[in-house]
Design a protein around this ligand. Structure first.
Ligand code: NAD
Length: 753
């Protein structure tokens, strides 16, 4: 027994093919089997076309080989982990396992992705040895992107086997692992479906519109923007009904109370085929119009679609003004208007149900919280809400004479939360920040490592973040061994604060812009020259200036889901915070000898910046040249800062010396510039790019060639930074650049003018 080095997935349907993809993302060779080889190959093909992409890079798919149950079962002998993901039928699953058993290697774990069939039932008839290696591994759709993985050991499962799979799922696949008891629906679907059923009841009763319910069950109460009905449309009403029917069948006590009975409305929609996004309509329908498209909403009484209405819920608007989630929930639960009525009937009842069932479905209330946060995107889990909103408040709102047993002991509730994987969050809770301004903080991460944490809107970079980067380096040099730049937000940084740039440009404050760029350049290059090692930990959007910060870490420790790119050209600019300089230097250094032709590598950089390419994952960022071989990737987002800290400690331990300044970066001169400019010219003539794109392209070509230099030579880092800044300033003065920035600020989209 040991690591998981190879895997097999049985069933190449919706889930099986995507689970195989994610195992391949983790670098595992995967055998993907279905009824026959052709069905498996077709399943893999479908997965390759899915959006969002289940694969980190197109190359990952090469790790998957396909085959059929009819001919390829003997190949299972080489697999450490076999995952069953075929149709949700007990008899079919049992029959397949009987055929699998003789081919299982002695240490191989076998698991099922069933969403609700008791695991012990599926393994009936199998040998004791098989059952020791048998467990449930319940992935959520889409498995690459949804954090939760429920692991369900049976009474027979060897603890070591469950542990090995849990560890691999956490570190290797990056999942948020929760161990659940072997009960129908496990944890997340059981609680989530209970809430969904309550909400659907209210809609079917005709007391609330789709829009009203979505307004009250989205971000206002700490849920996703897609709230109730958009989420159901995405998941599919057929899947929803199937899971509910299964719970209803397997839980007689609940069935008696109608806990999982869905209103007839859902059946009516399924009969019409209106099962959500994959059918083009469900609770919402997107309709094409001459101007683009518009969203229509279902009227549950007539089953017609009508234009969207804005909900009229004054209590929701009032609660929404409060930034504090528990305070909003408290207000809504006690509210006397319809908003309160709805919140009590849905969220209130769900919180009570969670308290009543937690003991039967989970090993701790903390596990229920994690399952709901990771599986259903709740900002706070049910027990975190009980604690933060207040047991008395919830009891009063839900007319309970006494609190359910599970929430009576608040200390126990808090202990059940267990250690926090997110070390930045716990560091923040333990001690005040070393320093703080509106955009960023310095946080002592422990272990001699200081962190610069951004916390502006979308982590857009303004003066306060730049100040804090510089303060972070100074502070770390004086009092710490290393510095980490990272945060817990969905976006590491969406880039520079464009509003600032636009305002200064419109006022023609060129000196201001010059100073702004200089300061940013010096903050970014200061990360590289700092006397302590600096590890940058990007995750999610890492654009423009955010990307430049990452490019200047001694090392990068990136989350697997990192979307990195120098996107300045889209707003009529070029990267001028060292991004262009750094990518040129890296490209030139990648040439093994000075005699090699630099054009192919520079052409890549030219396209990377010119087209503003953004990586679709950290693995893709490596392919694009935005991450180096020495940079690391963390699969589990929650562990990112702990890994970055460990990386920083490693570097500090080895007697860290900052790299010497780059005085001699090779550049190609006029030869390179002429060729790149010819490309720009041809693209313009061919109608591929606009005149303004061509102007930006020529500025970029100028820098990539090392400026107006007749022949190949070497230049200093500062010289390239000066070229960047000059180009940036001159582009800021272009009306079409200002139009692009204004358009992006207004619409979030790019303008190709
Ligand atoms: P699917 O229908 O997309 O795929 C099922 C696969 O099983 C198909 O590739 C099919 O060829 C194969 N199959 C059909 N009959 C078979 C038979 N007699 N013997 C062997 N194989 C057979 O289903 P799915 O949505 O991928 O679900 C697979 C499993 O994952 C189920 O247990 C389901 O409950 C569970 N699950 C699904 C989701 C989801 O959102 N779809 C989420 C979590 C768990």
């Amino acid at each position: 027994m040991g690591h998981v080095r190879s895997a097999a997935v049985l069933g190449a349907g919706t889930m099986g093919a995507q689970i195989a993809a994610h195992l391949a993302n983790a670098g595992l060779p995967v055998l993907l089997l279905d009824l026959d080889a052709q069905t498996a190959a077709a399943g893999l093909q479908r997965a390759r076309k899915l959006r969002p992409d289940p694969f980190f890079t197109p190359d990952a798919a090469r790790l998957i080989t396909t085959g059929g149950f009819d001919t390829d079962l003997p190949r299972l002998a080489a697999c450490d982990w076999i995952i069953e993901a075929i149709v949700e039928r007990l008899d079919v699953k049992q029959a397949l396992l009987a055929r699998v058993e003789p081919h299982r290697g002695p240490d191989a774990a076998v698991s099922s992705n069933t969403s609700g069939i008791p695991l012990a039932d599926i393994a009936q008839g199998r040998s004791p040895e098989f059952r020791r290696h048998w467990l449930g591994t319940h992935f959520f759709n889409p498995p690459r992107y949804l954090q939760l993985l429920e692991i369900i050991p049976t009474a027979d499962t060897d603890a070591g086997v469950a542990d090995r799979i849990a560890r691999f799922a956490d570190r290797g696949l990056g999942k948020g692992v929760v161990v659940a008891r072997d009960t129908p629906g496990f944890i997340a679907n059981r609680i989530g479906m209970y809430g969904a059923a309550r909400t659907l009841e209210l809609l079917a009763d005709g007391q609330f519109t789709v829009e009203e319910i979505d307004a009250l069950t989205g971000p206002l109460i700490g849920r996703a923007k897609s709230a109730t009905f958009r989420t159901m449309d995405i998941a599919g009403l057929d899947i929803l009904a199937h899971v509910a029917a299964d719970l209803d069948r397997r839980l007689p006590d609940e069935a008696e109370q109608g806990a999982f009975r869905l209103p007839e409305l859902v059946g009516a929609l399924i009969d019409k085929g209106w099962i959500g996004e994959k059918a083009g309509q469900g609770f919402y329908r997107k309709e094409r119009t001459p101007e683009g498209s518009r969203i229509l909403t279902l009227d549950p009484a007539s089953l017609d679609y009508r234009p969207r209405q804005s909900p009229r819920l004054p209590a929701a608007d009032a609660a929404g003004a409060n930034d504090d989630l528990p305070a909003r929930v408290r207000t809504l639960l006690l509210d006397k208007s319809r908003a309160g009525e709805l919140t009590r009937a849905t969220l209130g009842r769900t919180l009570v149900y969670a308290a009543e069932t937690a003991g039967a479905i989970a090993h701790s209330t903390g596990d229920v919280d994690r399952a709901m946060r990771w599986g259903f995107g709740w900002e706070l889990g049910p027990f975190e809400l009980w604690d933060a909103v207040g047991v008395d408040t919830i009891c009063e709102a839900c007319q309970l004479s006494e609190p359910p047993a599970a929430v009576r002991d608040l200390d126990a509730l808090r202990r059940a939360r267990g250690p926090e994987l997110r070390i930045l969050r716990s560091a923040r809770a333990e001690r005040p920040p070393v320093r703080r301004n509106a955009g960023a903080s310095l946080v002592d991460l422990g272990d001699g490592v200081l962190a610069v944490e951004f916390h502006s809107k979308m982590n857009a970079i303004g003066g306060d973040i730049v100040d804090m980067l510089q303060a972070g380096v100074r502070e770390a040099e004086q009092h710490f061994d290393a510095l980490v730049v990272g945060n817990d937000a969905a976006a590491f940084s969406a880039g520079a604060n464009l509003m600032l740039v636009l305002l200064e440009a419109q006022e023609e404050n060129w000196d201001e812009i010059d100073l702004m760029v200089r300061t940013f350049q010096s903050a970014v290059t200061g990360l590289r020259s700092a006397g302590v090692p600096v590890v940058v930990a990007p995750a999610g959007l890492t654009l423009g200036g955010g990307c430049e910060i990452a490019l200047h870490g001694d090392r990068v420790q990136a989350a697997a889901e990192t979307y990195m790119g120098q996107v300045e050209a889209g707003v009529g600019l070029i990267p001028a915070g060292g991004g262009t300089k750094e990518l040129v230097a890296r490209a030139m250094q990648s040439l093994r000898s000075r005699a090699m032709d630099p054009l192919p590598v520079l052409q890549q950089v030219f396209e990377l910046i010119g087209y503003g390419k953004v990586s679709t994952s950290a693995a893709d960022a490596r392919r694009l040249g935005l991450l180096r071989d020495t940079d690391g990737v963390t699969m589990n987002r929650e562990r990112l800062l702990a890994d970055a800290r460990a990386r920083a400690r490693d570097l500090a331990g080895g007697g860290y010396q900052p790299p010497p300044p780059q005085h001699a970066i090779p550049v190609g001169g006029d030869g390179v510039r002429a060729t790149l400019e010819l490309g720009v010219h041809l693209a313009l003539r061919g109608g591929w790019i606009s005149g303004h794109d061509a102007l930006i392209g020529r500025k970029l070509a100028h820098i990539l060639a090392g400026g107006a230099i007749p022949h190949a030579t070497t230049v200093s880092e500062q010289y390239l930074l000066d070229l960047e800044r000059e180009a940036f300033l001159s582009l800021c003065g272009e009306p079409r650049t200002q139009q692009r920035i204004a358009h992006t600020l207004k619409t979030g989209k790019t303008l190709r003018n």
